[in-house]
Design a protein around this ligand. Structure first.
Ligand SMILES: Nc1nc2c(ncn2[C@@H]2O[C@H](COP(=O)(O)OP(=O)(O)OP(=O)(O)O)[C@@H](O)[C@H]2O)c(=O)[nH]1
Ligand SMILES: [Mg+2]
Length: 471
């Protein structure tokens, strides 16, 4: 060991003593980001995680809970005055009602603070009493991360990309007709701009409904209180080059820049840059059921989403983070209760493969990553059923549409994820020789023993990975 290394080690040693002292004095805060594309399971995940941290009977995989070191857990007012509170009580109420139902879709960012009183382990166990660790959970739409790419793109670049993409999509017909008909250099007319933005938004919604994952600008789909404002009243129009002041093209360009400055940047500055740990939820099963195109779109969107976690990828973000970065990222395939546990390894393989490119490319230097298949709320039970002399691993639950009980076999997920990702990448229209069924289950009525949270699959393992080392 060289002298400089030695000195380094010493300084770090002193620093970490300093950390321990300041942690004892001040209460440590972990900011956990929860994201994923629309309907990926963020709200259900947070609700069940919090319920299972408050009542830890089903959390053996979380070491601090298993060792009985969590003495208390309680909800507290969150520290950020301008961010809506995650409506835990209403969401839990929906899931635990006599006739349980899934919580409503959420449209914006929200936050919740859960505080844990934890007895320390190891060297400090004898020296310190219990300390309080605050877990600030931030729920934000993954679509907002896709917007990061817009920061590097001029309006004309973005517009020509978007237009060439839309050219081949039937769901963009309505928009394309409007766009082709207008004169970009004509004087700006608010009616025209609004009509165009409306058609563009309708296209984004239709594309999303078909399983297209990259639908930017993200706030067009989830406008929150920006609905109808000029920053959301623009669209790509076919024109490149300098245009007249006061023209439609110039105004679209201006609003696009305003969207970047007033919507995209504040999100990264005020929220994203403060996250310590991140879980990215992925509805991989949903994409598989929707077909190869949806899987390919999901893979591409994952690459873009994860780009936000790549140090140095974007100058604005690099300046903002000043070397700070997310310490751990967990990729979780959600709704694993749609599969018998025998099929869980295949699902985990798929989520690993879906994010592998992105992970390799992103080189999350310093960030530890892992992949898991989870169900935040288990809505099914498992059973084997005979079918044509074959024994099939099924799950049973209450169907969302009819309210009837049914057993369900979703199809054989390949052990080699390449069998799905390959054809998806090659542009296949449908899965060859395989048939994947989609089914939606209602949450099951719950009878919880005192001390038990709602039933789940591997939520405890997810919690251990994300926060276990800080408890
Ligand atoms: N079976 C099962 N279904 C789930 C689970 N988690 C989510 N779902 C289904 O997925 C849907 C979306 O879940 P949410 O938690 O609302 O997803 P979200 O990401 O918050 O959605 P948005 O707020 O619309 O972006 C739910 O309505 C359920 O139908 C789960 O653990 N098991
Ligand atoms: Mg939600």
């Amino acid at each position: 060991m060289g002298i400089s290394n030695l000195a380094d080690g010493l300084v770090r040693g002193v620093e970490s003593v300093g950390d321990a002292v300041s942690e004892a004095l001040f209460e440590p805060v972990i900011r956990l980001g929860v994201t994923g594309l629309a309907r990926s399971g963020k709200t259900v995940f947070i609700t069940s995680l919090v319920a299972n941290l408050l009542d830890r009977g089903r959390m053996p995989g979380l070491a601090a809970a298993q060792q009985g070191r969590i003495e208390a857990a309680f909800l507290q007012p969150q520290p950020d005055d301008t961010v809506p509170r995650f409506d835990y009580e209403t969401h839990l109420g929906a899931l635990t009602a006599a006739k349980p139902h899934w919580p409503d879709s959420t449209r914006a960012i929200s936050e919740l603070r859960l505080s844990l009183r934890v007895r320390p382990t190891g060297l400090l166990a004898g020296l310190q009493g219990p300390r309080t660790v605050h877990l600030d959970i931030v729920d934000y739409p993954g679509e907002w991360l896709l917007d990061l790419a817009l920061l590097d793109k001029s309006y004309d670049d973005w517009a020509s990309n978007a237009l060439s993409w839309m050219n081949n999509r039937t769901c963009a017909q309505g928009f394309m007709e409007g766009a082709r008909a207008l004169d970009p250099e004509a004087a700006h007319d608010e009616g025209v701009a609004q009509d165009l933005a409306k058609r563009f938004t309708a296209y984004l919604h239709a594309a999303r409904a078909q399983g297209v994952s990259d639908c930017t600008p993200g706030r067009f789909l989830l406008p929150g209180d920006l609905q109808g404002s000029p920053v959301l009243t623009f669209a790509p129009i076919p024109f490149v080059g300098p245009s007249q002041r006061g023209s439609l093209h110039r105004e679209m360009q201006r609003r696009y820049e305003a969207y970047k400055a007033r919507v995209v940047k504040p999100f990264f500055r005020d929220h994203f840059s403060r996250i310590d740990r991140q879980i990215v939820l992925v509805d991989a099963l949903g994409a598989i059921h929707a077909g190869p195109r949806a899987v390919e779109d999901l893979r591409a969107a994952m690459g873009d989403i994860l780009g936000a976690f790549r140090p140095g990828r974007n100058a604005f973000l690099t300046r903002l983070l000043r070397g700070k970065r997310v310490e751990k990222i967990l990729f979780a395939a959600t709704k694993a209760d749609h599969l018998h546990h025998r099929q869980h390894p295949a699902l985990t393989g798929i989520i690993e493969a879906l994010t592998r490119d992105a992970r390799d490319r992103a080189q999350f230097a310093g960030a530890e990553t892992a992949a898991l298949s989870i169900a935040a709320l288990r809505a099914t039970t498992e059973e084997m059923r005979d079918h044509g002399g074959q024994s099939l691993p099924c799950v049973r639950g209450t169907l969302l549409e009819t309210g009837k009980q049914a057993a369900f076999y979703p199809g054989a997920l390949p052990e080699d994820p390449g069998q799905l990702l390959g054809p998806a990448r090659d542009g296949a229209e449908s899965w060859l020789g395989a048939d994947f069924q989609a089914m939606s289950f209602a949450p099951a009525p719950l009878v919880l023993k005192p001390g038990d949270g709602p039933p789940h699959i591997r939520l405890d393992r997810a919690a251990e990975f994300l926060i276990g080392d800080r408890l």
